[in-house]
Design a binder for this molecule. Structure first.
Ligand code: NAD
Ligand code: AHE
Ligand code: ZN
Length: 369
């Protein structure tokens, strides 16, 4: 079938709006009609070429929501008409990772997903006969996309798809990193670096966890108004200080924070985030994505003296079993998604959504098919 899509043909170039060919779902796969998608910093980062693992040409996008159109042979957990959120972190429930009870990372489709292919090692997308790569197992920048069954969460039909699409990455990642990965406890002090969707969602998670002090850090002071609305208590622009940002935070907090979160993807800030943690117990969670091959560093003494460095993918959330609950929490008013949507536009304007994100003018632009 033909599908409207925004294709990343080359590194660093705007996406091309074209009609691509999409093959129907094979065994264990599902054809989904996307209704809404947003642009996450990770899509922009991949398109920029800063991550050497980025594959081209490809159909990017991993934060979306849609409706099941057709299921392939052997698919039993979903049927046409189901409302779904694509998962870049699958959940098969059977692999060593899923059975460990220790992680949300699932190995069932990860190897082929990383190569931009479906689990059978082939692609369902092509343009004028030329194969296109899938992206993060989702490819939400095509109106019709094909995913493995294990990469879809079935959610309430009552929930607006143009809002819950943000649970496909940004909102879930930030909240989950605080509640699942760090397990922030009531009264704790928290520093959050980067006030994009991920950082703002981490603020929301810290409020849910009843943190006593939530320090919002960004070099763009325009972001602080929303940070305050989400519940941050302190606002720090590193550019306002001669001292390092870790020194500033340590001074503000009688020796450092209990928890910090890096939501930027800058390895130098990752170091600052670790080093602003309190001696003896402070924990820092890396959420930001740096390019493959980049490295973080600190003095081992930072760890010897009790600070802990962790990372979090999709907020530690197991998508198929836990994401429907996040949707319910949104419907009950316990999770705010609406305030992340700073812009709404038609899918055809997708390159504008990338520009707004680059300029720091949007949190999330929701694109409607
Ligand atoms: P964004 O671009 O919307 O926000 C990043 C923010 O960081 C901006 O407000 C920017 O002004 C700020 N910033 C940039 N450099 C800074 C610095 N040196 N000091 C302080 N602030 C600085 O991005 P986003 O969509 O919120 O994503 C944030 C990061 O999280 C990205 O690296 C993205 O790839 C990553 N991410 C990771 C996961 C995961 O599962 N681990 C999921 C989603 C996104
Ligand atoms: N290619 C990069 C890593 C990319 C990365 O860390 N991706 C995040 C999701 S970002 C969503 O916006 C993730 O969850 N990774 C887990 C996984 O299994 O990919 C590199 O450094 O290699
Ligand atoms: Zn993302």
């Amino acid at each position: 079938m033909k599908s409207r899509a925004a294709v990343a043909l080359e590194v660093g170039k705007p996406l091309e709006l074209v009609d691509i060919d999409v093959e129907g779902p094979k065994a264990g796969e599902v054809l989904v009609r996307m209704v809404a998608t947003s642009v996450c910093h990770t899509d922009a980062f991949t398109l920029s070429g800063a991550d050497p693992e980025g594959l081209f040409p490809s159909v990017l996008g991993h934060e979306g929501a849609g409706v099941v159109e057709e299921v392939g042979e052997g698919v039993t957990g979903l049927r046409p008409g189901d409302h779904v959120i694509p998962l870049y972190t699958a959940e098969c429930g059977k692999c060593k990772f899923c059975l460990s009870g220790k992680t949300n990372l699932c190995s069932s489709v990860r190897a082929t997903q990383g190569k931009g292919l479906m689990p059978d090692g082939t692609t369902r997308f092509s343009l004028d006969g030329q194969p296109l790569h899938h992206y993060m197992g989702c490819s939400t920048f095509s109106e019709y996309t094909v995913l493995p069954e294990v990469s879809l969460a079935v959610v309430s039909q009552q929930a607006p798809l143009d809002k819950i699409c943000l649970l496909g990455c940004g909102v879930t990642t930030g909240i989950g990193a605080v509640l699942n990965t760090a397990k922030v406890e009531p009264g704790a002090t928290v520093a959050i670096f980067g006030m994009g969707a991920i950082g703002l969602a981490a603020i929301q998670g810290a409020v849910m966890a009843k943190a006593s002090r939530i320090i919002a850090i960004d070099i763009n002071p325009e972001k602080f108004q929303l940070a305050e609305q989400f519940g941050a208590t302190d606002f720090v622009n590193p550019k306002d200080y001669a001292a390092s940002i870790q020194e500033v935070i340590v001074d503000m907090t009688d020796g450092g924070v209990d928890y910090s979160f890096e939501c930027i993807g800058n390895v130098n800030v990752m170091r600052s985030a670790l080093e602003c943690c309190h001696k003896g117990w402070g924990e820092s969670v890396v959420i930001g994505v740096a390019g493959a091959g980049e490295e973080i560093s600190t003095r081992p003494f930072q760890l010897v003296t009790g600070r802990v460095w962790k990372g979090s993918a999709f907020g530690g959330v197991k998508g198929r079993s836990e994401l429907p609950g996040y949707v319910e929490q949104y419907m009950n008013g316990e999770i705010n998604i609406d305030d992340f949507v700073t812009h709404d536009m038609s899918f055809e304007k997708i390159n504008e959504a990338f520009e707004l994100l680059h300029k720091g003018e949007s949190i999330r632009t929701v694109l409607h098919y």
